[in-house]
Design a protein around this ligand. Structure first.
Ligand SMILES: NC(=O)c1ccc[n+]([C@@H]2O[C@H](COP(=O)([O-])OP(=O)(O)OC[C@H]3O[C@@H](n4cnc5c(N)ncnc54)[C@H](OP(=O)(O)O)[C@@H]3O)[C@@H](O)[C@H]2O)c1
Length: 317
């Protein structure tokens, strides 16, 4: 069962779980395909019957963060996450046969903007108190914390709870993060932004799916888990590797104000480009999870090959 599963990440997960022989139900506000069930993301309804008797719930619902961070959008980002996590908890609490596991999406953005050391779950610094960054960045951290709290507070004693502090999921699908980065790269714009020292944390789509399966199976793991490859890179290196994988030698550097203009034009926000997210998968590695794509050069080659080969059935969900 995947609440919020009709988007980018849900499509990746549903495709993989269906291929593995699972029956997958998606909760969406606009059902259009088979096995999609309507909900509103904030109140209990007939959809809750789908949770009762299901084995695994992976809640991905949340207003896209790829937007201008206006007051209204920030509120929608907060409410869609907190309300959906709360109501999923209510449905699980009310179920006669609750799922074994509830994996709740969270984000690597919960950690502080920093360069000096990686953030794992034990030694990592939660963000919100950094100096020298725009004040509204702290609100993204507040959203992440409230999102996780909504799951923690749910009283679901028969269901194991894990929050997925996920980095950018790199997949060859149209409309995803990689698609945007490759478009910029092809235009010669895939260079360093504002110096490019800020770290990018990422995870290959297949490792994301494998990590979800791993966490679903491991009865000993609860609480926050970082879903990020062990190799976060400064943005300028990350983009240089991607340019090399695509075969574009040049990437024009962009200053902070150019990034502001570009983000404005794309109706996005510079926090996505400028915040340093240096996140490593401490708990996954400790638990024995082995990444198939731990390093970016090899992961980027694989992803570019799949984009070029058209191996992703974009329209099949
Ligand atoms: N993509 C990444 O790399 C990444 C990395 C870390 C974390 N995440 C998080 O993972 C989740 C899924 O990401 P994504 O890239 O798949 O995003 P997406 O394509 O925008 O999909 C998000 C889903 O959330 C649902 N949603 C949006 N607003 C909602 C609301 N007000 N109430 C209930 N549902 C709502 C939408 O469902 P319907 O419109 O079908 O109802 C949509 O299918 C998001 O919460 C995102 O913040 C993503």
């Amino acid at each position: 069962m995947i609440p919020g599963g009709a988007g980018q990440v849900g499509t990746i997960l549903k495709r993989a779980l269906t291929a593995a022989g699972h029956e997958v139900v998606v909760l969406t506000r606009r059902p259009a395909r088979e096995r999609e069930v309507r909900w509103d993301g904030e109140s209990l309804g007939p959809w809750a019957a789908e949770i009762d008797g299901s084995d695994l719930v992976v809640n991905l619902a949340g207003r896209s963060v790829n937007c201008r961070y206006t007051g209204a959008n920030l509120r929608a980002m907060m409410d869609s996450r907190v309300h959906s996590a709360r109501v999923v908890g209510e449905a699980i609490a009310a179920a006669v046969r609750p799922p074994r596991v509830w994996l709740q999406m969270s984000t690597a953005t919960v950690y502080a903007h920093r360069f000096d050391a990686p953030n794992d779950e034990t030694t990592g610094v939660i963000g919100g108190a950094e100096s020298g960054v725009p004040g509204y960045w702290a609100y993204s951290v507040e959203i992440a914390k409230a999102w996780e709290r909504a799951q923690e507070r749910a009283e679901t004693p028969r269901t194991r709870k894990v929050s997925l502090r996920t980095a950018m999921v790199m997949s060859p699908d149209r409309g995803g993060v990689l698609d945007t980065l490759l478009r910029l790269t092809r235009l010669g714009l895939g260079g360093p932004i504002a110096g490019g020292a800020q770290y990018i944390s990422w995870i290959h789509d297949r490792d994301f799916v494998r990590a979800v399966e791993f966490l679903a199976d491991r009865d000993d793991l609860t609480g926050p888990v970082n879903l990020a490859a062990p190799d976060p890179l400064p943005q300028r290196t990350f983009m240089r590797v991607l340019r090399a994988a695509w075969g574009v030698p040049v990437g024009l550097p962009a200053t902070r104000w150019m990034a502001e203009l570009g983000a404005f034009a794309l109706r996005s926000d510079t926090e996505l480009l400028l915040k340093s997210r240096r996140v490593t998968p401490g708990r996954l590695l400790e638990a024995g999870f082995a990444f198939d794509h731990p390093r970016w050069p090899q992961a980027a080659d694989d992803l570019v090959r799949r984009v070029r080969g058209g191996l992703v059935p974009h329209d099949i969900r």
